[in-house]
Write a protein that binds this ligand. Sequence first.
Ligand code: NAD
Ligand code: IPM
Ligand code: MN
Length: 355
Amino acid sequence: MKIKIALTKGDGIGPEVVNEGIKILKVISDYTDLEVEFQEAPAGGNVWKETGESLPKKSIDIIKNSDVLLFGAIGLPNIPQGVAESAILRLRQELDLFVNLRPIKLYRSLKEQCPLKDEFVGEGIDFTIIRENTEGLYANVGGFLKDEVAVNSMVYTKNGCERILRYAYEFAKTHKHTKITSVDKANILKPSQMWRNIFKQIGDEYPNLEQENYYIDAFCQWIIRKPYAFETVVTGNLFGDIISDEAAFLVGSLGMASSGNIHPGKVSMYEPIHGSAPDIAGKEIANPIGTILSIKLMMEESIRKPKIGIKIEKAVELALDEGRTKDIDNYKLKTLSTSQMGDLIANKLKQELKS
Ligand code: NAD
Ligand code: IPM
Ligand code: MN
């Protein structure tokens, strides 16, 4: 089977981590029946500097004609605010990628990297944040008035709430979860009140799933106090953005966390959750695992090859027993550069796919 993958490397550490993702995809192409074809679709701050556009039409056309998009990260210091980042928001809107899937899992060998006491880690950390990805404060409804007034409206629609909440219930059911957790600010915000009502209404169709609600402020402490207690967590756009970075630190590093920006059945975009990390760009120390685990998600959610996804995860776990990038390093193991970490995982994956 042939798959067309668009590549947006982006800015800062984006190209460094995507290059390691390409190694993994080449191993998949060599050792499975998938034949992978790449096409670059440049976007971000560097492209804006060259062309005046952060997402040129040519790139959108390439992405729309591909099966999936692998995205690095964008954003540059010293260019106008939001110019580079607007490319991501446009992709989420134009491809209607209403689901942002963000798994949070503490791997066995990274237990010592978790900043929590053992009693808070409990039986382990393994939950998925499902973030609504097109509405809320990101709906781009707002503006400036003479540099004196600035407004962004929090827009939730009934249809937007229904589709993400139904997706989350189905996700919890297919993953055999016992509980679904919704996070909002329904004590104050009108959009959250509508969200909570719809969460309850749809929940009536899933009597076997325990349903719980938290307010976002308290949830930020529960995610630290009892992360073992969560399985599927569904929330709005900005809340999901913030808690996913908080949660990523619990499992070792922002560099470990993966994501899929998904519209089921349509072209979807896979990317690590971190940004362009200007503080470490060009040093070859970025952790490529968030990107590599995003390819795991791509295999599961878009390419429908879950067995390859499981093998990618296994390869990552085996590699973590031997070496680490600087953000998760351990004095007992070798400290590896970005490309050495990618090579190690690619070699482990070759062995997994051969067996
Ligand atoms: P960031 O995620 O780029 O970095 C935060 C911290 O985490 C930094 O200290 C960085 O060195 C570290 N870090 C991030 N990824 C890492 C990795 N793979 N390995 C090791 N360490 C890693 O967030 P920021 O500094 O707040 O933002 C920088 C730029 O990235 C901004 O322009 C922001 O808008 C943009 N951004 C883009 C995306 C995206 O492209 N999807 C996501 C978030 C932020
Ligand atoms: C993310 C990022 C983006 C967001 C930015 C860069 C637009 O932080 O994907 O988490 O806020 O969604
Ligand atoms: Mn973010």
